[in-house]
Design a protein around this ligand. Structure first.
Ligand code: ZN
Ligand code: ZN
Length: 116
């Protein structure tokens, strides 16, 4: 699955998209996903869809890190990087994170996965 909203092509592998992910959400409890507080609060990160490099800010000039290849986990909350607790951020998620400024609209996925 490709990122819905990306900020740029990956400066590390050159071919991947640095997509915005939101973590700390619960697919099953979608209606109250932003009602949580504390360490479960939704948090954003930028992940390359090719090489899995992770940035904790929507700024590719900051330091990046790689998840454990065998067991990729979110560097913020420690849950699975690709589990149900996280997803590629929708435009609503991006807005909740306050990261709209970083999105490059030219890199957005086809919008049929979202209801704008
Ligand atoms: Zn990459
Ligand atoms: Zn997390």
């Amino acid at each position: 699955m490709s990122p819905l909203h990306s900020i740029d092509f990956c400066p590390i592998c050159g071919g991947g998209l640095c997509g915005i992910r939101i973590c700390g959400v619960d697919e099953e409890g979608a209606s109250d996903r932003f009602a949580r507080t504390g360490s479960d609060a939704p948090h954003g990160m930028v992940v390359c869809d090719e090489c899995d490099a992770i940035w904790l800010e929507p700024d590719l000039t900051t330091a990046h890190q790689y998840p454990d290849v065998e067991d990729a986990r979110c560097p913020i909350c420690g849950l699975s990087l690709w589990g149900n607790n996280s997803r590629w951020a929708t435009s609503e998620d991006v807005a909740a994170l306050g990261w709209e400024f970083a999105v490059n609209p030219d890199l957005d996925a086809a919008s049929d996965e979202e209801i704008a």
